[in-house]
Structures are given as structure tokens and as C-alpha cells.
Design a protein around this ligand. Sequence first.
Ligand code: GUN
Length: 293
Amino acid sequence: MILLDGKTTSNQIKEEIAQAVQQRKTESKKIPHLAAVLVGNDGASMTYVNSKVKSCERVGFKSTLIRLDAETSEETLLQEIEKLNTDDDIDGFIVQLPLPTHIDEQKIIMAVHPDKDVDGFHPINVGRMTLDLPAFLSATPFGILELLERYNIETSGKHAVIIGRSHIVGRPMSILLSQKRPVGNATVTVAHSRTKNLKEITLQADIIIAALGIPEFLTGDMVKDGVVIIDVGITRVEDSSKPRGYRLAGDVHFESVSKKASYITPVPGGVGPMTIAMLLKNTLLACQNKDNT
Ligand code: GUN
């Protein structure tokens, strides 16, 4: 069994991005600038956003963090988005999800200019991706493709089973893996909460992407020998033996599944760090796209 080390791989990608930024500096080109909007005080979201901002510093990007309190109205948030849309120094920005329930998430996603939508959530980017056109790819599926590519894992002709159909991970992952692209050409099954006989399906899978958000859901008896496992889940599970009072659990029962897997991502240190690296890659791309305008 080989661990798919997202931490090391993402550090390599960040190093490549840092070099590209240095090169831009020597050519007196614009330095990429990412902004992140965080509404409220959700603990996990704060951790993710801080980590995104810190990663910007590491690669030499400019970054701006906009913190709004949990009671911020939808209208105020839309105004903030408009400011970012029209600020020429900002190359890309993200609005961290989930948002408080009084804000319509879809309306917010639609308000972000597609050229600055480095999360790849806007329908224009999702549509472009679906039609094999250049687009910002949602960072988690993009990171998974990159991890599979860098570990030379064959996807062509393989049966990939994706558990979960979220707009951010499952849905785009299913499209990307089925496309005619270097990491693609897979036969894809999308399983979800209404799927019957899931175990029969997962037992046939060459590659499983677990992205349903239920800790340790996929167990060793549900997979065949040699399977490639990508664990997207990252849930805080209460654990009084830990100093913080919780541990991070993936959607995969690592102990039993890793005994059968050929490759497997750990949690933490697998998909998570890759997501941040690909957000940076999208931001660099957004900046490069403006070079000749
Ligand atoms: N919440 C969980 N994942 C993400 C992500 O990739 N982007 C944003 N904006 N919010 C998220």
C-alpha cells in the first residue's frame, strides 16, 4: 500500500507556484492577489481560510481577508463581492462556504465574476468545464486529478466509483474523470444516499472517491484488493483524549481499507492540502489570464 501524500505533493506544487511568482517579479509583471471572504465564526471555516491566507504568503501572493460578522445581510455581502469584482488588483477571490442560513448561497456564487471565480463554483465555469473548455476547476476535484497524475495512477478504462454528488466535489469529479483528458477516460458511477446495494458497486471499483461526509463510512469489506482510495471527508469527531477535544476523521475506515488498497490518501494530509494548492494555482492562472488584456 502506498500513501498518497498530499502534504508533500502540495508543497511541491506550492514551490512551483512560488517560482512562477518570482519569475513574474523579475519580469515586472503583476503579483497574484487572492481575497477570501469569511462570514461568521465557524471554527472549521476559520481554520481553512487562515490556512489559505497563510499559503498565499508562502508562495509570494498578496492576500486579503475580509471578515464579516454572522449577522451580515445578503445585500451587504453582495456589495462586498461587487467591490472585489471591480477591484483591478484582486485577481481572484472566494467566499468561504457554508454561509449563514439567511444568505442564499447560490445567489452569492452567481454574483462572483466568472473571471475571478477561482473556486470554480460559478455556473459559467461549471458549464465550461462540462464542455471541455478552459475553466477554473473546483479546487478539490482539481487537486485529486493532480494527485492521481503525480503518482502515475492509471484512470483510463478504470471503474471509478464516486460516493457523493455535491456541487463542490462529487458532481465535478464525476464529469472530470469521465472526460477525454490525461487523467480521465474512466467509467464513472456516482453513488449517493439513495443508492441501493452500494457495497455491490464499491466491490467492483478500481478507484473510489469517498465524498459523502460520514466519518469512516467506507470499510474494508466494501472494497476489492488493489483499489485506489481517495478520501475527501474531513469531519471533527469528539475525542476527549485529544487536547482540542476532537480528532479529524475521513469518510474511509483507514485501518481496514488500507489493508486492501494499492494507494490511499490519509486524513489529514491527503486531499485537504491539495485543495489549497489548487486554489493557488487557479489564482496564478487568473492573474496570468490578465497579462495580455
Ligand atoms: N467550503 C468547503 N470547501 C470549500 C471550498 O473549496 N471553497 C469555499 N469557498 N468554501 C468551501
